[in-house]
Design a protein around this ligand. Structure first.
Ligand code: FAD
Length: 511
């Protein structure tokens, strides 16, 4: 098993402990007391959290209908549009999700955006329980001057672009005038992006990376990728497997300034005690001391203890990114709470593209008692959205990144899903007998038909999936005088060629 596969299949220790306190058989006992009536559940968002919640609701209750309402025509959330294309093992988790979709009690309703095509209030009127698991589709900002300049992009949009998310296909049309890219953030997303920019394109072309990304990357002039972290090497959030993978890329020299990776006494003590951090820090130290080759294709630069303070315009084009000004930090505070504090020392790093990888952010939804405090401690344990007075809204639940904030791997959502499902079932067991019957999917279908919303069904998604994998040609753009066809899947010698138009091919073929 590759390290990557191991990463998703393992639930972190804290989650495992939590899982033990929610044994599976507790699901059916949670739902008991309301036999005979069919519960109607809507799950908003078809990513890992939605899947794990739906799976456990169906495990605990036989007489239930679960409808996935997904904005995109395709399921899997960030497993399709976040996980790096060259990490195919990680995406194998979709086989587990497919088993959920195949359950006859379950229905996929793709291309339906809650908040636009149907309101949350309508859903709540039609379903006994609504689970919000729509993830985090916005970005945290750096909050510095110049960050909205042309050439400054969020990591989220860049990742969506190379993964073929239909809303981001036009994000980048060329990297031919870009020689140097700075990525702000020291996590795995920053590493994924760096790897995609530095990896030989023929290797990427064997993956399911979007066709438009292959085209742009094959002409890319990017030679230097800088990954910049505000704290020290001991605090870097990436995992060693990802770090090793980028450092070991063929034809890459990695540059690290020795003075930026010196450990002070506090970090040295912490690192000595934590084996994974120790191994990671040793890898960085060894890499810093490694001789550089003269025939390297490209360069990776890892920077530590540097905060961006402002984005500077290009000399020739004042609306475009030309450089980033960095301020050196020092570390303060006790071992587990090391804080980056600014010093007086600054430097300017030329770059023609800036990618901000400092975290995702969830968007509020009209009708949900959304409280940003729910997403950060001490409220992150709450899985039912409370109203302002802290009371629970009956019938409304939350799961995944929307519930606990945008961190954690796919497996982390198992615990969330389980806890949320347990609550749904418990409330149904306690109060469901008093609930009136609800129209559920029949009501929703009628409402969407009335509004002219073209729903992509499970069969529609399967057709897209087949097109992408097996290799028929598909119309990707169509106008009165032009139809653009794309060679797909095996026919193009690829594991999958993603359809990237919002309708995912000719709508009539897939609905
Ligand atoms: C770039 C990146 C790479 C990652 N790589 C890995 C990895 O290699 N391994 C790993 O284990 N984890 C990885 N993760 C983490 C993993 O992807 C997340 O833990 C997981 O996807 C979160 O699940 P979720 O269901 O909460 O959100 P999501 O996966 O984001 O799912 C939310 C779903 O809701 C839908 N939606 C949004 N708004 C609406 C709306 N209004 N109406 C209807 N539907 C809506 C979205 O389209 C989406 O399908 C990565 C994350 C990122 C960002």
């Amino acid at each position: 098993m590759s390290e990557n596969a191991r990463r998703i299949s393992s639930v972190p220790p804290a989650s495992r402990a939590q899982l033990k306190s929610y044994p599976t058989r507790s699901l059916s006992s949670a739902a008991s007391g309301n036999e005979g009536k069919s519960m109607k559940v809507a799950v908003v968002g078809c990513g890992p959290a939605g899947f794990y919640t739906a799976r456990d609701i169906m495990k605990g209750l036989e007489n239930v209908e679960v409808d996935f309402i997904e904005m995109l025509p395709t399921p899997y959330g960030l497993v399709r549009y976040g996980v790096a294309p060259d990490h195919a093992d990680t995406k194998n988790v979709t086989a587990e999700f497919d088993r959920v979709l195949q359950d006859p009690r379950c229905q996929f309703m793709g291309h339906v955006c809650v908040g636009k095509d149907v309101s949350l209030a309508d859903l709540r009127a039609m379903y006994h329980a609504v689970v919000l698991s729509y993830g985090a589709a916005a970005d945290r900002d750096l909050g510095i001057e110049g960050e909205t300049m042309e050439g400054s992009l969020s990591a989220r949009s860049f990742v969506n672009w190379y993964n073929g998310h239909p809303f981001y296909t036009d994000l980048i049309s060329s990297l031919e005038s870009i020689s140097s890219v700075s990525i702000i953030g020291n996590g795995n997303v920053a590493i994924d992006i760096g790897r995609i920019l530095l990896k030989p394109v023929p290797e990427l072309a064997k993956t399911d990376i979007a066709d438009h990304a292959i085209e742009v990357l094959s002409k890319s002039k990017v030679e230097d990728v800088h990954i910049i972290g505000r704290r020290g090497v001991a605090q870097a959030a990436w995992t060693i497997a990802e770090l090793r993978e980028i450092i070991n890329l063929q034809g890459i020299n990695t540059h690290i300034l020795p003075e930026e990776i010196q450990l002070d006494a506090i970090d040295a003590e912490t690192v000595a005690k934590k084996r994974p951090t120790k191994r990671m820090v040793e890898l960085v130290q060894q890499t810093a001391g490694k001789p550089k080759t003269s025939d390297a294709r490209k360069n990776l630069h890892l920077h530590f203890l540097q905060s961006p303070v402002r984005v500077l315009a290009d000399d020739k084009n004042p609306s475009k990114v030309g450089a980033i000004e960095l301020r050196k930090n020092a570390l303060e505070g006790p071992a587990e709470k090391r804080k980056a504090v600014p010093t007086d020392s600054t430097k300017t790093l030329p770059c023609s593209m800036l990618l901000r990888s400092v975290g995702y952010k969830s968007l509020p939804m009209e009708g949900a008692p959304f409280d940003t405090k729910v997403l950060s401690p001490p409220y992150f344990q709450l899985h039912i959205v409370p109203n302002e007075g802290g009371n629970v809204e009956p019938g409304l639940y939350v799961s995944g990144w929307l519930r606990r904030g945008p961190s954690g791997i796919i497996g982390t959502n198992i615990t969330d899903g389980h806890q949320t499902a347990t609550s749904v079932l418990r409330h149904w067991g306690e109060a469901g007998a008093l609930e009136a019957s609800k129209p559920g999917r029949e009501g929703l279908k009628q409402l969407l038909a009335k509004k002219g919303v073209e729903v992509v069904s499970l069969d529609g998604w399967r057709r897209i999936d087949q097109l992408e994998k097996v290799g028929e040609d598909v119309v990707v753009r169509s106008s009165e005088d032009e139809r653009v066809w794309q060679e797909m899947g095996a026919r193009a010698g690829r594991p999958r060629v993603k359809v990237t138009s919002e309708g995912c091919g000719e709508r009539s073929e897939v609905t």
